[in-house]
Design a protein around this ligand. Structure first.
Ligand code: FAD
Ligand code: FES
Length: 252
């Protein structure tokens, strides 16, 4: 895994939904290394610990990062102005294992949706299923539609798209896909893993609390159960964030 910490230039910071911001940051050295499902660790001014954010999209010179304001760090990030410099450690972690010739279904919930865009763009004819609590929180639908003919939106309250959960749609579509890649809250990942079990392979991306982001502090340690081995304390930043759905204990 090749990563480094470098100054990136913030070139765009736009509010795209209630409390959700869309950044574009540029650095010609590190952006080209990004792979689908990887993340970056961002130095926020005046804060000691960096903030991990998934790579939503990437090209040779820039990364797109979409984040929700949760606490002080992301609030400060939301107030930064284009032209400012940001220190970013990138690209980090092991992302989705995407193989040619398969039809993938990308299943995202809430702020777990962004990393699926870059991943979906690497595949042929993907099926996209994204779910949000309500229409105010819906993001990235046009971006997915630019790369897929089948983009299905669900909301918990029925205020946009299908009334219900992503798993209601996934269950109906299992016969049309080869593999699932999912990112979202733990209860959603647990439900997606249950729907896929014994039918299609499923990879899940975990958003565990993190410190260093590079395997040095153990803040992100979580118990996993590799298929052929004993239970293992995995570091999500280093061994993940993407795991086979059957390796994960869904606590939370
Ligand atoms: C691999 C990975 C990818 C992520 N991708 C995204 C993304 O694309 N968009 C997005 O909005 N959020 C994402 N998150 C969650 C995001 O990192 C947290 O919401 C953010 O760190 C909260 O920081 P804060 O200072 O605003 O909140 P506070 O709660 O004040 O944070 C305090 C400390 O806890 C850590 N922390 C708090 N919540 C989390 C969390 N859920 N995950 C990791 N560390 C946390 C912070 O880094 C900080 O060190 C991701 C997390 C991980 C681990
Ligand atoms: S965040 Fe430090 S070991 Fe993973």
């Amino acid at each position: 895994m090749t990563y480094d910490t470098k100054p990136f230039r913030l070139v765009k910071n736009e509010r795209i939904a209630d409390g959700i911001f869309d950044w574009t940051v540029e650095n010609p050295e590190l952006c080209a290394l990004a792979r689908p499902g990887q993340f970056v660790n961002i130095k926020v001014p005046s804060r000691m610990l960096r903030r991990p954010i998934s790579i939503c999209d990437a090209n040779k010179n820039s990364l797109r990062l979409v984040f929700q304001v949760k606490g002080e760090g992301t609030r400060l990030m939301s107030q930064m102005k284009p032209g400012e410099e940001v220190e970013i450690l990138a690209p980090l972690g092991h992302g989705f294992d995407i193989k040619p010739g398969k039809r993938y279904c990308f299943v995202g919930g809430g702020i777990g949706v962004p990393p699926l865009l870059f991943s979906a763009k690497q595949t042929e004819n993907p099926l996209i299923i994204t779910g949000f609590r309500n229409k105010e929180l819906v993001i990235l639908q046009d971006d997915f539609k630019a790369h897929s003919g089948e983009v299905i939106l669900t909301t918990d309250d029925g205020s946009a798209g299908v009334h219900g959960f992503v798993t209601d749609v996934l269950r109906e579509k299992l016969g049309e896909i080869d593999e699932v890649c999912a990112c979202g809250p733990i209860p959603m990942l647990r439900a997606v893993a249950e729907v896929c079990r014994g039918k299609v392979k499923c990879q899940v991306s975990l958003e565990e609390r993190m410190g260093c982001g590079i395997g040095a502090c153990l803040v992100c340690a979580c118990k996993t159960k590799p298929k052929d081995g004993e239970e293992f304390m995995s570091q999500v930043c280093r061994h993940g964030p993407v795991y086979d759905a059957e390796e994960v204990f869904y606590n939370g």
